[in-house]
Write a protein that binds this ligand. Structure first.
Ligand code: PCA
Length: 220
């Protein structure tokens, strides 16, 4: 929700997913929700929940982009088994689901966009964001794959829209996976730390237009 007084600020769209695969909740949505309406570096954060459903998730994301015209988009998802905040480098044009999504759909070996390129890179400064999260004392990593489930679907669809729709040419976007919460599994991260890292990463992305070079392969 956007308070009226903040409507004139440029927007950061922050999405998280609903629960899936038998989990009762999804920390990606809890984290996004915690930052809803907050101001970071002169930008207002707008949080929105996406369903863990292949087609509907990207349809809803498109509608959000059309309606709100954010300058920066960061989509979040849960990656159980990862130990830190995971900055995704690349989205790939494939759907290959190990489990069904929340609508019972399980695409195998299908492209996301038939005529789309094989992959898109994040347009966020992931190395600078990695540094910002690490400096805040939190675990983080660069990830070379967002998987082949709904998170990768949303990431690829986002990057495709930003690349091909002239209306969005000034917007930058990317994807971050978050770990389990402490009562969901191991490794994990408390929600306050996820939110703290997220805030540092968003602030960094807003004031860093060109990514930093940390040296080949360092920190990842
Ligand atoms: N994680 C899943 C989909 C929804 C979510 O939070 C994924 O990594 O694809």
């Amino acid at each position: 929700m956007l308070p009226d007084s903040q409507n004139t600020l440029p927007l950061v769209l922050l999405t998280g997913f609903d629960a899936f695969g038998g989990d009762a909740l999804n920390p990606s949505w809890l984290a996004a929700q915690a930052l809803d309406g907050q101001i970071i570096e002169g930008h207002c954060v707008l949080a929105a929940q996406l369903p863990t459903v292949f087609k509907t998730s990207s349809k809803q994301l498109t509608a959000l982009l059309q309606q709100h015209r954010p300058v920066l988009v960061l989509c979040l998802g849960l990656a159980g088994g990862r130990g830190g905040l995971s900055l995704e480098r690349v989205a790939i044009n494939i759907q290959d689901a190990r489990i069904a999504d929340n609508a019972g759909t399980q695409p195998i070996d299908l492209p996301i966009i038939q005529t789309g390129p094989a992959a898109y890179f994040s347009t966020l400064p992931i190395k600078a964001m990695l540094q910002a999260i690490t400096l805040a004392g939190l675990a983080a990593e660069i990830s070379q794959t967002a998987g082949t489930f709904v998170c990768n679907h949303v990431f690829y669809s986002l990057m495709h829209m930003l690349k091909t729709n002239r209306k969005f040419r000034h917007a930058r976007g990317g994807f971050m996976h978050v770990p389990y919460l402490p009562d969901q599994g191991f490794p994990n991260m408390p929600i306050e730390k996820i939110v703290q890292g997220l805030r540092a990463a968003i602030a960094c992305a807003l004031f860093t237009k060109t990514d930093v070079l940390l040296g080949a392969g360092s920190l990842n």
